[in-house]
Design a protein around this ligand. Structure first.
Ligand code: PAF
Length: 296
């Protein structure tokens, strides 16, 4: 596995891989502090690609003022061990100066679906994500790019960006990875105290409860489902709800409160963002009325 820190060197290495027929190029963009969720993306990329590139870059552009950019957890040595073990061929770790050598004047902005959910609570966040992922796609020119569905809104935004801008890359969405007790894996879980960690289980528990209630026919409308999500989260005294929403997916359009969810055509998302102390956690479940099942 090669560790590369400059764009020039990465482009040369990838030219060599392409010339040698080590294609398709599979790309796993990350911000590091890797966990089993990232490992599953690398494994999936390794199955589908001739060359697997992972990037590790904590992107300042996607953090708002007062967010955790400076304290975002970092552990390069551990990340490199995981990347190598799971089958990455190249790990690209640029500095901020390498990625942003001058003040950024060109940004990529996907409208409408970035205005809801995390976009509403974190203004500018998805512009930062779309901009850095566009830059990384231009640098790596991957055939396939792998993202986890825990960030389902990010997947929707990036798919729309790729489609609107005719980028020649296929976005592969991979399932949410969870601890055995249901907590969705996240680099930010490390911030949780033992008590917060235990109360954070209300996220996955509420999503599961609503899914079960929909399957059993005890919950029907969007409003009932939303109320059940909220009351499930309120079982934790430490939880401060940022949002608990049910929207269409991937367009993230509202569903009228009185509408029966099983009458909605296409995919829907139940999405949660909840703060425990200073740590903001997200989780979601994407499903269709037809099968009321998780889509991956
Ligand atoms: O999901 C992440 O880790 C980041 O948003 C990404 C896609 C690597 C862009 O910085």
């Amino acid at each position: 596995m090669r560790v590369i820190r400059t764009i020039k060197e990465l482009r040369e290495a990838l030219e060599y891989m392409r010339a040698g027929g080590h294609t398709p190029i599979g790309f796993v963009p990350t911000m590091g502090y890797l966990h089993e969720g990232h490992a599953s993306l690398v494994r999936r990329a390794a199955e589908a690609s001739g060359t697997v590139v992972m990037s590790i870059f904590v992107n300042p552009l996607q953090f708002g003022p007062g967010e955790d950019y400076a304290t975002y957890p970092r552990d390069e040595r551990r990340d490199l061990e995981l990347a190598e073990r799971e089958g990455a061929d190249i790990v690209f770790i640029p500095s901020v100066e390498e990625m942003y050598p001058q003040a950024v004047k060109t940004t990529v902005s996907v409208s409408s679906l970035t205005e809801r959910l995390c976009g509403a609570s974190r203004p500018g966040h998805f512009d930062g994500v779309a901009t850095v992922v566009s830059k990384l796609f231009n640098i790596v020119q991957p055939d396939l790019a792998f993202f986890g569905l825990k960030d389902a809104q990010q997947v929707a935004v990036l798919r729309r960006m790729v489609s609107d801008l005719n980028m020649n890359v296929q976005i592969v969405a991979c399932p949410i990875m969870r601890e055995s007790d249901g907590l969705a894996l996240s680099s930010r879980n490390v911030y949780l105290s033992a008590e917060e960690r235990s109360q954070a289980l209300v996220l996955s528990r509420s999503l599961r409860a609503v899914r079960k209630a929909l399957e059993e026919g005890t919950v029907h409308t969007a409003e009932e489902a939303r109320a059940m999500l909220m009351s499930g989260i309120r079982e934790s005294q430490l939880a401060v709800i940022d949002y608990a929403e049910i929207l269409t997916y991937p367009d993230l359009e509202p569903i009228a409160g009185e509408q029966a969810l099983l009458s909605v055509p296409g995919e829907m998302i139940m999405a949660l963002a909840v703060k425990f102390g200073t740590t903001r956690l997200i989780d979601n479940n994407v499903f269709t009325a037809k099968e009321v099942r998780v889509l991956v």
